[in-house]
Ligand binder design. Structure first.
Ligand code: KG4
Ligand code: ZN
Length: 361
């Protein structure tokens, strides 16, 4: 493909309403002309998780203005687009449908090619948007809704080497924060407390290390934290500031160690790769990031963490996945279904955990 491609991306599979314009000019690095993300955090805050009906309605109400904003910021009209890429799953189906309907309408009205994109493929191909790395590479997706190791072999070739069998780590961070009376999202709050705590005071479990391969489990960790908290409350009538810090530090150390050990195994399983790349909100956690980088370096594999705004949910990754697909000759089509579940690797056994943000694999 030797022509410039400018795509509009639309993402609405969870609790972020997002639109972006990305351009690829032959011989130049990809350009993100705009990437607008409107979070719904405040709409769901009172419910302790994402409420699918509220999310779907908010997407439907806001998508057209977010798309308009993305086009305005990019300085690109609909006529200048070469196509539209939209998240067609996996995710909360009401939200996915809102995005798909808007994309279909725009594409039909303007005669634009339409590309259905798997949200996970968007995350998995992001290191090629930010760093133009070559296949194959290992991707660790680690957020509130995802946790899996993907060997990315091509634009449309992914092998899932393992993943969580229950909660995603971000979900465990959020639940931990809730149990300790810390604000949401829990990750940054727990990380902040953990900095001042003793990671060795509480011996939290490292689940599934005795199981071969790189599947993970995080729900037992949250139960262990609940028990430790409750026994402190029974013994002392409450938690001290230091108790809370130590609980956070112990919990974070357990998550970091499980991720590091399983990453080590995933790198051994994957064979030679060009990089270990991370995506997802949990990749913002500094001690976790540092441990993953150490493991990667030990394997002689470059470590890549795209900027956080491109690690978390956004539409630039969807536009980019659309460009990648067009570039290798995959034909656009408006004949596709919105899918709540859509594993990238059909050959891998289904993951049991669905995550608080809806089924993701
Ligand atoms: O990728 P993301 O924005 O959304 C999806 O889940 O798809 O990730 C959000 C998750 C939340 O659970 C949040 O608590 C977690 O990422 N997170 C963190 C940190 N920052 C965000 N977890 C641990 N440490 C952090 N610094
Ligand atoms: Zn995501």
């Amino acid at each position: 493909m030797d022509r410039t491609l400018t795509l509009l991306g639309i993402e609405s599979s969870c609790d972020d309403t997002a639109a972006a314009v990305v351009r690829l000019t032959p011989g130049l690095p990809p350009e993100i002309l705009s990437s607008q993300v409107l979070a719904q955090t405040n709409l769901h805050a009172a419910f302790g998780g994402v409420v699918p009906e509220i999310a779907a309605r908010a997407h439907a109400e806001r998508l057209d203005s977010v798309v308009e904003e993305a086009l305005t910021v990019a300085g690109v009209g609909l006529d200048a687009l070469d196509g539209i890429a939209v998240t067609a799953g996996p995710g909360l189906i009401g939200g996915v449908l809102s995005g798909v309907m808007l994309a279909r309408g725009l594409a039909a009205a303007r005669g634009l090619p339409l590309m259905a994109v798997n949200h996970l493929a968007g995350h998995a191909l992001t290191p090629r948007l930010t760093d133009e790395i070559a296949f194959p590479y290992l991707m660790l997706l680690v957020s509130g809704g995802h946790c899996q190791f993907l060997l990315v072999e091509g634009v449309d070739r992914f092998r899932r080497l393992g993943g969580t069998i229950d909660d995603a780590p971000g979900e465990a961070f959020d639940k931990t924060a809730k149990l300790l009376g810390l604000p949401q999202p829990g990750g940054p709050a727990v990380e902040g407390e953990a900095m001042l705590g003793d990671p060795k005071r509480f011996a939290f479990p490292r689940p599934l290390l005795d199981r071969e391969g790189c599947d993970m489990s995080f729900s037992g960790l949250k139960t262990a934290l609940l028990r430790a908290r409750d026994s402190l409350i029974v013994a002392h009538g409450g938690l001290t500031v230091q108790d809370r810090r130590d609980l956070c530090a112990g919990f974070q150390a357990a998550v970091a160690e499980v991720l590091a050990i399983k990453t080590d195994r995933a790198l051994a399983l994957s064979g030679p790769v060009t990089a270990l790349a991370v995506a997802g909100g949990v990749a913002a956690n500094k001690p976790i990031r540092a441990m993953l980088e150490t493991v990667s370096t030990r394997h002689g594999t470059p470590f890549l963490a795209p900027p956080l705004r491109l690690c978390t949910d956004n539409a630039a990754m969807i536009a980019w996945a659309g460009i990648e697909r067009i570039r290798v000759g995959i034909l656009p089509s408006s004949d596709f279904a919105a899918r709540p579940r859509w594993p990238l690797d059909d050959t891998a056994p289904a993951l049991l955990g669905s995550g608080k943000k809806g089924a993701k694999a």
